[in-house]
Ligand binder design. Structure first.
Ligand code: FAD
Ligand code: SF4
Length: 482
């Protein structure tokens, strides 16, 4: 009993585990990963803080309910391989989620130790276990069920597509993935920069998928080369759509068509996928700008503004609301500021000013002030009249959100969409309006998170299995969720 008390006191009194990381001045000039990771000794020490709560709040706060105390216990006992194996039964991409999940809003935000002290560094431990087995070649492929003779097409090779394809291959189906880009990985490859998520990790996960027997067709745009109906006519027994939300939204302000205004998607794709910083070794022209303004306050905006620094530009971020309302992970905002991104909060763009050649020279903005909270508790913002001012710049990156590309539903009339352009699905089964066609990830939820895309993909894959076995997708007695 006394021992348990000592353990609890020690667990809550310890400072937050801080991962060693690159010096901010140096890292703002390179694309290498920022945090270095931790040793087995440090991981075991941190894992031993976990109280193994009988009703773990961290598990209910995880969108896919990973059994967190279970994998942490393995690390505490010096068995990172056991931890990684436990993780792999519930998440296809632990090395990715450990790095990019908004843990402060999910598992770590609910850890009881956070009530009076510092939560267990769950994300860091997840990353540690996944990195350990990858770096030491200790990963085991999951066992596959006997072949079912069924064929499943997966559209899109982002986190949703990778997760669904892996689960369906393990269930014994023949799985083919159709990916529009020339590299697999979705946003993990073209959006999130190397300094936050090394591409070797994504490539490794895709290799694991191939080892499970999944065939990946690259440069294969569904809706142009063939439609979803055609895939079904060609002999696929089911289809999973995980095509994400890759259509950028713009501000709709005067001058936005000027030369030098980019969507965050284009800006990040040029550097992450096309390696524009390594011109002419890679054939994408770099963007030469001295001062880049990024508009937005989410993770995408943080990635763009930090990339701007790394290509040698001065970087300013303009966000219409206050710091507390920024949707980005706290760690990203902290890293961006440390590296030298200048945050202009409560500032809203009004028009883009261009020179006689149509090239951006400034962004006109207006100052905003916080109003009273609305019904949802969110404080509104209103313009301060007469507070307009200009920020000189030579490039602007618009990073205010994305919607799904309409190509797939436009070329397959049986697929219904919502008013927001997302695919309409039964929330319980994730089956679309077309029998045998399921969907998950950003194409269903709108731009969200990696873990939510994976969670939906797992649910859809499990329902595809039922569908292929000819079982009812819903319990007949249960009331419909629709
Ligand atoms: P995607 O990752 O978009 O993958 C969809 C794939 O489908 C793409 O490869 C696309 O090329 C392909 N595709 C599209 N249309 C077709 C077609 N017609 N035919 C064939 N293939 C097609 N989330 C977090 O949790 N944490 C973060 O820190 C974070 N940071 C982010 C930073 C950036 C820059 C961006 C853009 C997003 C970030 N997100 C983050 C969100 C997260 O990446 C997405 O929610 C997640 O990737 C969605 O997964 P998905 O598989 O549904 O879609
Ligand atoms: Fe461990 Fe915190 Fe989860 Fe409790 S809530 S099981 S202490 S990680």
């Amino acid at each position: 009993m006394a021992e348990e008390k000592v353990r609890k006191t020690r667990a809550s009194g310890l400072p937050r585990l801080v991962m060693p990381e690159q010096n901010p001045v140096r890292r703002a000039t390179n694309f290498e990963e920022v945090p270095y990771g931790i040793s087995l000794e440090v991981a075991m020490d941190e894992a031993s803080r976990c109280l193994r709560c009988p009703k773990p709040r961290c598990v209910s706060a995880c969108p896919v309910n990973i059994n967190i105390p279970q994998f942490i216990a393995e690390i505490a006992e010096g068995n990172p391989q056991g931890a990684a194996e436990k993780l792999k039964t519930q998440t296809a991409l632990p090395a990715v989620c450990g790095r990019v999940c908004p843990q402060e809003l999910q598992c770590e935000g609910s850890c009881v130790l956070g009530l009076r002290g510092q939560p267990v560094a769950i994300g860091t431990l997840e990353r540690f276990a996944a990195d350990y087995v990858r770096q030491n070649n200790l990963e085991k492929l999951p066992e596959k069920a006997a072949p079912t003779g069924k064929r499943v097409a997966v559209i899109g090779c982002g986190p949703a597509g990778i997760t669904a394809a892996a689960d369906l291959a393990i269930a014994g189906h023949e799985v083919e993935v159709f990916e529009a880009l020339h590299l697999p990985g979705g946003v993990l490859m073209y959006g999130i920069p190397q300094f936050r998520l090394p591409k070797e990790i994504v490539a490794h996960e895709v290799e694991q998928l191939k080892k499970l027997g999944v065939k990946i067709h690259l440069n294969y745009l569904i809706g142009k080369l063939e439609s979803v109906d055609q895939l079904m006519r060609e002999g696929f027994d089911a289809v999973f759509i995980g095509s994400g939300a890759g259509l950028p939204m713009f501000l709709g302000i005067p001058g936005e068509n000027s030369v030098g205004v980019f969507s965050a998607n284009e800006f990040l794709t040029r550097f992450n996928l096309m390696k524009a910083y390594d011109f002419p070794n890679h054939a994408t022209t770099p963007i030469h700008a001295k001062h880049i303004i990024t508009v937005g306050g989410g993770n995408v905006a943080m990635d763009s503004s930090r990339t701007a620094l790394r290509i040698g530009a001065k970087s300013t971020l303009v966000y219409r609301r206050a710091r507390e309302q920024m949707p980005a992970r706290k760690e990203e905002v902290h890293h961006a500021e440390q590296e030298g991104v200048n945050l202009q909060l409560l500032t809203n763009p009004k028009r883009v000013i261009a020179d006689e050649n149509g090239k951006v020279v400034a962004l006109e903005c207006v100052k905003m002030e916080l109003g009273e909270p609305d019904e949802s508790g969110r404080r509104s913002v209103t313009e301060i009249p007469g507070s307009e001012f200009q920020i000189p710049c030579d490039a602007i990156v618009v990073s205010i959100g994305n919607r799904p590309n309409p190509l797939i539903p436009m070329t397959c009339k049986s697929l219904s969409t919502t008013r927001k352009g997302t695919l309409e699905v039964d929330p319980e089964t994730l089956q679309t309006s077309m029998a045998g066609v399921f969907a998950g990830g950003d194409v269903v939820s709108g731009a969200a998170t990696v873990i939510s895309a994976m969670g939906q993909a797992k649910k859809a894959a499990s329902n595809i299995n039922k569908y292929l076995r000819g079982e009812p997708l819903k319990d007949e007695a249960a009331p419909s969720a629709l």
